[in-house]
Design a protein around this ligand. Structure first.
Ligand code: FPP
Length: 229
């Protein structure tokens, strides 16, 4: 009897290697981020067209990324703002809904406004939800959720904490990190509890829907036991 294949609903990606991609080409690091943003679009389109994928969460800016040189942080903020504005038409085209996880309040009022606008304009789409993790850190997300429960005098257990998180709807199935690094970097620690991990040496700006398809082909045949036999 053939084994049932795993279904992929919730995917998360750590987009790593933009800087190295640019360096290999003698370009400034920011060119790598620009090309990386194009790949984020291609992968979102693939996910929107995929039959079973419901959410794709991309790590776009971590709470630790503020430590980068000021010019790079400023560039990433500007890129995000202009990219989102340009992206509205593609969200409509792909039927993709835009959401975020992380401390948006840490961004400029202008960027916060853009984010709120794109969320509102795409809220009705249902082919896929693209979630950008922005100014995100998983330990902070968990600590804040626990704090809110404590302040309300509610019991802290798996169920209450799980639903109090900013991302309660995500039980991740598959987690991919590009560029050969094999670590989680404070990303969706709770939501990754039972996900399958894939690490590829491909740098994010070279990642393609074709490679994602290959990874998904392997994922559907992996033996997921969730602690059972
Ligand atoms: C890692 O590459 C990538 C990031 C810090 C952020 C990801 C950002 C993008 C893909 C561009 C912006 C995204 C959107 C959606 C507008 P790295 O700089 O750490 O690469 P390196 O490890 O080779 O230096």
């Amino acid at each position: 009897m053939s084994k049932e294949k795993n279904i992929l609903k919730n995917l998360a990606i750590i987009m790593d290697g933009n800087g190295r991609w640019a360096k290999e080409r003698g370009l400034v690091r920011t060119k790598g981020h620009e090309q990386g943003a194009n790949i984020t679009r291609d992968i979102t389109q693939y996910c929107a067209e995929h039959e079973t994928i419901e959410t794709v969460t991309f790590y776009a800016f971590s709470t630790e990324n503020w430590k980068r040189p000021k010019y790079e942080v400023t560039f990433l903020m500007k890129l995000l703002d202009s990219w989102l504005k340009n992206e509205l038409q593609t969200y409509h085209k792909f039927g993709a809904k835009f959401e975020t996880v992380g401390n948006i309040e840490g961004f400029s009022p202008k960027l916060q406004e853009t984010i709120a606008y794109i969320k509102k304009e795409t809220a009705h789409h249902s082919n896929v939800t693209q979630i950008l993790a922005l100014n995100y850190g998983s330990r902070e997300e968990i600590a804040k959720a626990a704090n809110r429960l404590a302040k309300r005098g509610e019991e802290i257990n798996e169920e209450s904490l799980g639903t109090e998180l900013q991302t309660p709807y995500i039980d991740l199935d598959l987690m991919i990190r590009t560029s050969g690094e094999q670590r989680l970097s404070n990303y969706l620690l709770w939501q990754n509890s039972y996900s399958e991990f894939f690490f590829t040496p491909t740098l994010w700006p070279d990642f393609t829907p074709r490679e994602l398809e290959d990874i998904i082909d392997q994922y559907v045949n992996r033996n997921r036991r969730f602690g059972g036999l």
